[in-house]
Design a protein around this ligand. Structure first.
Ligand code: LLP
Length: 431
């Protein structure tokens, strides 16, 4: 992917930097991000909208990977930002991200979080439910301030992905149901509140989606309602936010479309619906997370112990695991990997890559073809840029790895490795 290749020494190279040298300099486990690939992805999304002359915002879903450097990169590339908590908002503000380009999501935003959003005059709040509608109204009245909102609706679409990352189906904790009148009731309520500028509607149907059908169906249902509400409520949505969820290729079994293909099919569908109903073209907003950063990330591990179960399999353990990548344990996610110090060596056996956590389910990859390994070989697991660091944890009091950005032959440390002292930072003694 991107600038990942093999250098003259026969080592894996990312962004022009030798992966073996990265491991020596920064230690392992190490998250390495190919910055130019992230830029390419961001530009790809934006360019498709520009070429089709469609007003748009491409909002990076920062839950995929939120750090100061990452959000500064997103700002440099002209992206907007989706945050889902006070902590993500705080990170965005600390990164100097322009607040008018921040959109605030979440199905249970607290009073403090909503006040924080108003304090920083963020671009819009994506209101998820009736409780939030009331709470936000109260806060706006108290402060006598106006806020732009989108209403998150649930279009009743079943996208084909893992159950835990499905969000657009009817029976979901997110959003106002579009079919049963909830969304209409929410809209009527919101339109009566003078402190709200209702920009439009939002939906997110799921994650790691390989086809456009779900997006097109969602667009069809929502634009249909928009047409109805234009006639009955005199409400014209300025914004249609179709969320994120564009899939990436983790292994050769995955067959995602290109970012531009997702976007151009969505645009085509919305344009034709708009024409059919003789409506004004709304701005189209999207919220890619995984597809902006996922395949730009590689995790480097040192290989340590091994165990043979005769006639069954060989386990090879690495110096990280479910503490830095919980996705295999949580979603049965699959990854591909090579030895960073001999990426071209012919595989001679299949091995299963175990993490070091005290849990049998802590397996990163089953049956990975690898060449003969020696002590201190380095394993590079690809496509770990999304929901790796952001879901990392301290299970077994394992410090979280460092994060390095590489671009044009240069490496920059952007998140320090956690230390044992860091682990104790919040602990207080018994007496
Ligand atoms: N917008 C909204 C409202 C979302 O809920 C999400 C993801 C996104 C955008 C970005 O979706 P993406 O483009 O990254 O697929 N932890 C899981 C993924 C959970 C996604 C939750 N929402 C994983 O590791 O696969």
């Amino acid at each position: 992917y991107g600038t990942t290749g093999v250098n003259g020494k026969g080592n894996l190279e990312i962004g022009g930097v030798d992966a073996v040298e990265l491991a020596e300099q920064f230690g392992t486990p190490l998250y390495v991000y190919d910055v130019s690939l992230m830029r390419e992805r961001a530009r790809g999304f934006k360019k498709t909208f520009e070429e089709q002359n469609v007003k748009a915002q491409v909002a990076y879903a920062s839950k995929a990977f939120s750090t100061i450097a990452m959000l500064q990169l997103a700002e440099e590339e002209g992206l907007s930002l989706d945050v889902v908590s006070g902590g993500e908002l705080y990170t965005a503000i600390a990164a100097g991200f322009p607040s008018e380009r921040i959109h605030f999501h979440g199905n249970n935003k607290s009073r403090e979080e909503l006040e924080m959003a108003l304090e920083h005059k963020i671009g819009c709040i994506v209101v998820d439910n009736f409780y939030e509608l009331e709470l936000l109204k109260t806060i706006c009245f108290e402060r006598n301030e106006t806020i732009s909102i989108l209403l998150r609706v649930t279009p009743g679409i079943e996208a084909h992905t893992h159950d835990y990352i499905l969000t657009g189906q009817e029976d979901s904790k997110f959003g106002f149901d579009l079919q049963n009148g909830q969304a209409e009731e929410a809209l009527i309520t919101a339109l009566r509140i003078k402190h709200f500028d209702v920009l439009g509607l939002h939906c997110h149907i799921g994650s790691q989606i390989f086809e456009t059908t779900g997006f097109l169906l969602a667009a069809e249902k929502i634009v249909g309602k928009m047409n109805q509400w234009k006639n009955t409520l005199n409400f014209e949505a300025k914004v249609l936010n179709l969320g994120g969820g564009f899939g990436i290729r983790y292994t050769s079994e995955d067959e995602p479309l290109l970012p531009s293909q997702y976007v151009s099919e969505i645009i085509k569908e919305v344009k034709s619906l708009i024409q059919k109903y003789s409506m004004e073209m709304p701005e189209i907003w999207i919220e890619p997370g995984r597809s902006l950063v996922g395949d730009a990330g590689t995790t480097l591990y040192h290989i340590g112990s091994s165990k043979e179960v005769p006639g069954v399999r060989k386990y090879l353990a690495v110096d990280g695991g479910m503490s830095d990548n919980i996705r295999p344990a949580l979603y049965q996610a699959k990854y591909e990997a090579v030895l960073a110090n001999k990426p071209l060596a012919e595989p001679t056996e299949k091995v299963s890559i175990a993490g070091k956590c005290c849990e049998s389910g802590d397996m990163l990859i089953w049956d990975l073809p690898l060449p003969e390994t020696e002590d201190d070989d380095l394993l590079a697991v690809f496509c770990t840029g999304a929901y790796g660091y952001s879901m990392a944890n301290n299970y077994n009091r394992i410090p979280r790895p460092a994060v390095v950005f590489v671009e044009n032959g240069k490496a920059a440390l952007v998140v320090k490795r956690e230390t044992y002292e860091d682990l104790l930072r919040l602990d207080l003694p018994l007496k």
